[in-house]
Design a protein around this ligand. Structure first.
Ligand code: ATP
Ligand code: ZN
Ligand code: MG
Length: 509
């Protein structure tokens, strides 16, 4: 059973030693009624109890214990409000509430964690005993944090961290759904080095970024045309332009704010923009030819991140509104710019870059509509990859991207209702034999369910609202295409040949 122990000091604006009688009356009543209000019938003994109190000068010290109903921290908030109502009678109001001690004992973790669990804020110590934990909060815990629901969130986070340990290190759970026929491979080298060798692409000063030349861009445009003609047009999708900068509100709502930090590209803007404020930074460059990063960091503030998953910023378009039934299902795609990731594990040619270009497919409607559209998009993608581009690919059911991006490794409980992700993986002959080498994820498509409409407060005038989306980068599609088909245009599929213009690239002396 979960047990809360709390000690707090409530500091009044005046000496209250003469008002002990009035205060005692409030405390006794609170213990009888206020501390039990809302607890289920028969469970009042698991609600809060006043264990002791004392008054000294302007300070009232209280000690409260509880089980899981009307927890001690909530009882303290109720008591504070009640005491403030005494204000005029005792000619003193509460100025400050200090949490002297808060401990929660016996938090059920559901498993025995293998490693210690740590939380950097408001917590001194987490002691694990078997599958239970005792949390000792630190003196930095304030009533504001309690009022904002922080104690409950800390308990949840401890449980979640224990759960996550169990899935960490375990291989991703994935299930083969379909595979194309074995195809003839026309190339066995890494196309990225080849592309650099013939100057179709050129590395920049940034990690995992390229300038893409005219032939490469012509290939990108061929793919774009194929997608528009074979997928978007027939299924009734129309193009939109999604922002590529995400103010903090977007990752806060999408859930990326839970864990995105090691993988993000941050956006900073000047706190003050008058040129005078920037004089030292300017002078430093004039004198040394170097950038004075420390002085920059002092003068900017992080306002958000560069687009990471591409679709989250879209949701600001519908945020807080009720979409009329006649506008649903909504089917759109975005191709308006790159997304960015700090690939901590390293980049590799065009197969893993940090600035990449994706067509994002997004659909919103009733659960039935979303499930149906996902199937249709999945079929078109399969047709394009397998038949039009003649690529050797496999489809897997995998951990949904939004879950792995939030650090979750467990297949969603919603899987049975149709929520989930399908990944397309492609064979790269330069990496070795089919069964021994790692294939490349080139595209995914998901039914996400109610997550995004809920997170951005979007409703439908006709009932439940779900969404789904899919993304794949041109870097990975083209990497696969060239890795399997090589550079001899004569041997490329007709659908590509008729759309590309390959000419001599720039030659360097
Ligand atoms: P991986 O496990 O290979 O890193 P991921 O799970 O991070 O892939 P998602 O987050 O599902 O990929 O992103 C969707 C799509 O975006 C991928 O199918 C792929 O086409 C593309 N993509 C993701 N990361 C990169 C990258 N670093 N370079 C190029 N394309 C990428
Ligand atoms: Zn998406
Ligand atoms: Mg990745």
């Amino acid at each position: 059973m979960m047990l809360f122990e709390l000690e707090a000091a409530l500091e009044f604006s005046n000496d209250i030693e003469g008002q002990k009688g009035e205060i005692e009356e409030v405390l006794v009543n609170a213990d009888k009624e206020l501390f039990k209000r809302g607890a289920p019938k028969g469970k009042e003994n698991e609600a809060s109890q006043l264990r002791g109190w004392s008054v000294k000068g302007r300070v009232l010290n209280v000690s409260i214990v509880s089980g899981r109903y009307v927890r001690a921290p909530d009882a303290l908030l109720r008591l504070r409000n009640q005491l403030n109502l005494l204000g005029t009678k005792i000619k003193a109001g509460i100025r400050k509430v200090e949490i002297k001690k808060l401990e929660v004992k016996g938090v059920e973790l559901g498993r025995e964690p293998k490693q210690p669990i740590k939380i950097a804020f408001y917590v001194d110590k987490i002691e694990v005993k078997g599958d239970k934990a005792d949390i000792k909060f630190s003196p930095s815990l304030t009533v504001d944090v309690i009022e904002g629901g922080g104690v409950d969130r800390i308990i949840e986070l401890v449980v979640e961290k224990a759960e996550r340990q169990e899935y960490e290190g375990k291989a991703e759970i994935k299930k083969l759904l379909w595979e194309s026929k074995t195809k003839e491979m026309l190339f066995d080298k890494d196309p990225s080095s080849e592309l650099e060798g013939i100057n179709w692409i050129r590395r920049t000063h940034a990690k995992g970024q390229f300038v893409y030349g005219r032939n490469f861009t012509s290939l990108v445009n061929a793919l774009r045309e194929i997608l528009v003609e074979e997928l978007y047009k027939p299924l009734g999708f129309r193009e939109m332009i999604f922002p590529k900068f995400e103010p903090w509100d977007v990752p806060k709502k999408s859930g990326h704010a839970k864990s995105i930090y090691p993988d993000a590209y941050y956006v900073m803007v000047p706190k003050v923009s008058s040129p005078k404020e920037w004089e030292e930074t300017m002078d430093y460059f004039r004198i040394t030819g170097e950038i004075h990063k420390e002085s920059i960091m002092r003068k900017v503030e992080p306002v958000g991140i560069l687009s990471y998953a591409q679709c989250p910023p879209f949701w600001q378009f519908l945020e807080g509104r009720v979409v009329k039934g006649e506008s649903l299902p909504l089917k759109v795609y975005d191709w308006s710019g790159p997304t960015y990731r700090n690939e901590a594990g390293g980049t590799h040619g065009i197969a893993r870059v940090e600035e990449f270009h994706r067509a994002e497919t997004l659909f919103i409607g009733s659960p039935e509509e979303v499930i149906k559209i996902e199937k249709e998009v999945e079929e078109k993608l399969t047709f394009i990859l397998d038949e039009l581009l003649d690529l050797e690919v496999r489809k897997y059911s995998v951990i949904p991207w939004w879950m792995s991006q939030e650090g979750e490794k467990k297949l969603s409980d919603k899987a049975n209702e149709g929520v989930g992700t399908v990944d397309f993986e492609a064979y790269l002959p330069y990496r070795g034999e089919r069964e021994k080498s790692e294939w490349l994820e080139i595209q995914n498509i998901s039914v996400i369910g109610e997550k995004y409409p809920k997170a951005f407060s979007v409703k439908s005038s006709r009932g439940e609202l779900w969404s789904g989306c899919g993304g794949g980068s041109f870097e990975r599609w083209i990497c696969t295409f060239l890795a399997q088909k090589g550079f001899d245009k004569e041997k490329w599929p007709a659908e590509v040949v008729k759309r590309v213009k390959i000419e001599d690239e720039v030659k360097f002396a």
